[in-house]
Design a protein around this ligand. Structure first.
Ligand code: NAD
Ligand code: ZN
Length: 346
């Protein structure tokens, strides 16, 4: 079968012919119907040699949906022909965090070398994907595969990030979204539906700002040295109640810390260059600001996000590619010229 693979650090991915996997006991084989390209893929592809000990070549794609093609022996909870979404942050399934559905924070995954598909294990950018356990699968129902595949990360991650700030986002407050890309444009829609806040989007071009407004931002501000002052014109002395940084480089983290108000939340979702960090401490931030850097989301939250999509609350903007032009999807992602998410359809 064909697969888009990470070959070596610093090199672009390649479309290669690989063996179709066979499900072993307890495993499930999916025929992939759509796979999403995430900026995190770009980060791992360009990280210095040794930063990740992935077995290379490795098939990319940590956002995947498909139809169950085959089940291994002993699998009784799912059956062939069912359309499913893959919950990506696999855990051990037995520790306290996994018992809570928070496999993204599994206590044993690192020690047991359990990694997400596409981020350490062969992923969904292929004709077939091997899934270790049927509990990682959430029924897709009648959701469109192309339109919903990005919900597994670009939907789930902002949903988890925003959920923690919901009690603070009451009437009269402001929420700022920095980066209206794959994750950010879903985040804007979620904030618009789940909160009473005024939403300000921040991005680098007029096109991106127009896009942010189309998906629900009330205001849009260019990202430059004037951003904090521009945002403060809207928030006044109160500052922003929550800032969600879907970029995560030093300039955007500094901007988030400078626009947040007393008792506010700064949530750093973007991984930037991997080293940028917020300065916290008594004199470094407004009083009682909480700073979080969440990772992905829980299994139950994925079910919630898919339900929100069924209710028409979120609509992922997608640009569609075939496996044969999937490398172009990665080039466009790196160049920052995508509108929403790049989705590869094998
Ligand atoms: P994307 O490329 O689709 O979107 C990034 C957006 O940020 C683009 O619209 C771009 O124009 C904008 N941007 C870039 N520089 C900016 C700046 N200086 N100021 C304002 N906007 C700027 O990326 P994505 O797939 O949405 O991922 C966003 C980030 O989130 C990446 O760093 C990714 O690695 C990370 N991520 C984190 C998690 C997690 O669990 N924490 C999960 C998925 C992705
Ligand atoms: Zn991702």
């Amino acid at each position: 079968m064909k697969a888009i693979q990470f070959i070596a650090p610093g090199q672009p991915p390649e479309l290669r012919e690989v063996d179709k996997p066979t499900p072993g006991p307890g495993q499930v084989l999916l025929k992939i119907t759509a796979a999403g390209a995430c900026h995190s893929d770009d980060f791992v592809l360009n990280a210095p040699a040794g930063a990740f000990d992935y077995p290379l070549p490795m098939t990319l794609g940590h956002e995947g949906v498909g139809v169950i093609a085959e089940v291994g022996s002993g699998v009784r909870t799912v059956s062939e022909g069912t359309a499913v979404a893959v919950y990506g942050p696999w855990g051990c399934g037995t520790c306290y965090r996994c018992a809570e559905g928070q496999e993204n924070y599994c206590l044993n995954a690192a020690e047991l070398s359990i990694t997400p598909p596409g981020l350490g294990t062969d992923g969904a950018m292929a004709e077939y994907l091997l899934v270790d356990d049927p509990r990682h699968l959430v029924p897709l129902g009648d959701l469109d595969p192309v339109g919903s595949v990005a919900l597994t990360d670009a939907g789930l991650t902002p949903y988890h990030a925003i959920k923690a700030s919901l009690p603070k986002l009451v009437g009269g407050t402001t929420a700022v979204v920095i980066g209206a890309g794959g994750l950010g444009h879903v985040g804007i829609q979620l904030l618009r539906h789940l909160t009473a806040s005024r939403i300000i989007a921040v991005d680098v071009s007029e096109d991106k700002l127009a896009f942010a407004k189309e998906v629900g931002a009330h205001e849009a501000v260019l990202s430059n040295e004037d951003t904090v002052a521009e945002v403060r014109k809207f928030t006044g002395k109160q500052g922003a109640t929550a800032v969600f940084d879907f970029v995560g480089y030093q300039p955007t983290i500094d901007m988030a810390m400078a626009m947040v108000g007393v008792l506010g939340d700064v949530t750093i979702v973007g991984i930037g260059d991997g080293v940028a960090a917020a300065k916290v401490g008594f004199f470094a931030q407004p009083y009682e600001v909480s700073v979080r850097a969440p990772y992905w989301g829980s299994r139950s939250e994925l079910i919630e996000v898919l339900d929100l999509a069924r209710d028409g609350v979120v609509r992922v903007e997608t640009e569609r590619f075939g496996l044969d032009d999937g490398l172009e999807a990665y080039r466009r992602l790196a160049a920052g010229t995508l509108r929403g998410r790049a989705v590869v359809v094998p």
